[in-house]
Design a protein around this ligand. Sequence first.
Ligand code: FAD
Length: 113
Amino acid sequence: MESVEWRNRKTREVEKRSITALFSMIGAVPNSGWLEGCVACDAAGFIKTGSDLSTEDLERAQWPLNRSPYLLETSLPGVFAVGDVRAGNVKRVASAVGEGSIAVSLVHQVLAE
Ligand SMILES: Cc1cc2nc3c(=O)[nH]c(=O)nc-3n(C[C@H](O)[C@H](O)[C@H](O)COP(=O)(O)OP(=O)(O)OC[C@H]3O[C@@H](n4cnc5c(N)ncnc54)[C@H](O)[C@@H]3O)c2cc1C
């Protein structure tokens, strides 16, 4: 590679620089817009779970249970979030898989209530 040219989408300004290597940072924006009003998310759109849910989050979501949300449980009782889309997740394959297996046991716990 010899150069990179980019365009500022707001100002339409085009800039070209001599750059010989490029690291593409992709996949960092959660596709969670469709959940708006369903579960509490942080300002960047990642789903809040467990102790990350504030008293205000739970009041806004009208949390109906006497218990607090479980680890990985969203502001909607019995609905869990794992992996990259979850606020606080470390964005690695191993953590997504691990959280998934933890969520399964928590689902059983909820079903037993
Ligand atoms: C460029 C890049 C490099 C990475 N390198 C590493 C690495 O070296 N090591 C590492 O451990 N991790 C790496 N990661 C992170 C790793 O890929 C993620 O942590 C992992 O894939 C998270 O798994 P996930 O199942 O939570 O999410 P994803 O793998 O993103 O899976 C979510 C799935 O849901 C689908 N989806 C989204 N919205 C909807 C919808 N509305 N309806 C139905 N389906 C939907 C998506 O298409 C996708 O298939 C990298 C990530 C990126 C982007």
